[in-house]
Ligand binder design. Sequence first.
Ligand SMILES: [Cu+2]
Length: 477
Amino acid sequence: MSALLLLFSVACVGDPDNNKDSEGPIDSAEPKPTEACGYTPMADLDPAENVVEVEVVASQFAWDPGTGVPLEAGMAFNEVVPGPLLEAKLGDTVIVHYANNTDMDTSLHWHGLRVTPEMDGIQQMMGDPVEPGESFTYEFTVIDSGFYWFHTHMDTATTIEAGLYAPILLHAPDERAPDCDMPVVLDDVLLDEGSLQIAPPDTDMMQLMGRLGNVLMANGRSDRRVSWRRGQTTLLRLVNASNARYWDLFLEGHSLQIVGTDGGFLEEPYTVDHLVMAPGERYMVVVKAEGDPGGEYRLMNRRFQLHEEGGDMIEPDPMGDGENPVMTFVYDRTEVNGTAWVQPTPDVPAWGAAVENLGHHWVLDEDMMGGTVTIDGQAWPDVPMVDVAMGVDTTFEVENKSEMHHPFHIHGNRFQVVDVGGAQVPEGQGWKDTFDIPPRTTVKLVSNLDNPGEWMYHCHILEHADDGMAGMMTVME
Ligand SMILES: [Cu+2]
């Protein structure tokens, strides 16, 4: 146990009131050694060039989020958090032998991938889960490139908080490797301040507001330090795996070049100084390492209020109202003549505006008094089925009548956001499967729905999803 943590524990034991004073982010035990920039994929058990065959085992697993105290209620895929990276390329057949060694029913969902309904994890959720001790083999063809993630799709507020999530990297044919390609899974976890264990199940209020954590993690640790060299080009592949937290990220001393989002690379990269990510969303970001040799630069997160008005009153953030470090990039003393970033050929939608054919107008709402969140006035499984035709350019409207942001996720198909609150979105923003719907705002999406079957859609604040903010849509051949 580190000195810092020992002090913390002693203080808590000696003075119970100290708990109150120490409310806020929980510090790391001691900095982790600096690690290399990059990633390690899961072992491919099939030597064939176009087949990726892997084994994924979910189990109870006590992992250390960076406090020095392993989480007894933790769960993991293959005993790592995040789970091991699934790497494949466009056109590959992916076979995942999944075994559930946890004590909960599970199913795996391939977030953002256009798989078949039988492989999407939803049918299992609705009838035949992978029960404790059981296994199931998932198989699908990779028709999307980019950065995705997989996670359990049952009791998600508990199982994803516990650690059952993992990144998926699917290479495009003309992708040129940058100096460093680094998936970064962002997550927060709420720990009891005394025991440093996962805090007890959610209160009704937390259910309504979403569960915000008091530890911010990059790839399962609050204390990641990654080595960089001046001049190198880094591709950060970011996914927000938090239950409810919207991240508002910036990197000290560097700008962020957005080169891709949920459904792969963009037509035109653009540069920002900070990046907001809703739960479930992905962004691919190029960073040119132009810091000082020997310098340290932190990826920082600043508070994002889910309620635009009165958020500080009704949704206090256990991380506080300031800025908090997420991970640190540590420059060594050497410089490198880095490779220039070359944007891969994008696969972007053609629409720049809503089309006439309206598939559905969803209404998201909340009943603060009743403590419920609804879609079209109902909660799962009573939300009416939406039927739409396959292969037809179709507009969908998502109207948020509530006072808080909701990240809306649609399975099995991909969409372009064309309009947010009456403001047309510039073309070339790429394919999306998860969309922030701001309070009191209508967002318009367009798709040609090329993947038939019954697909789930839901809010990706996991407390809301578990509470029934979800429905089904049939894409009819
Ligand atoms: Cu929601």
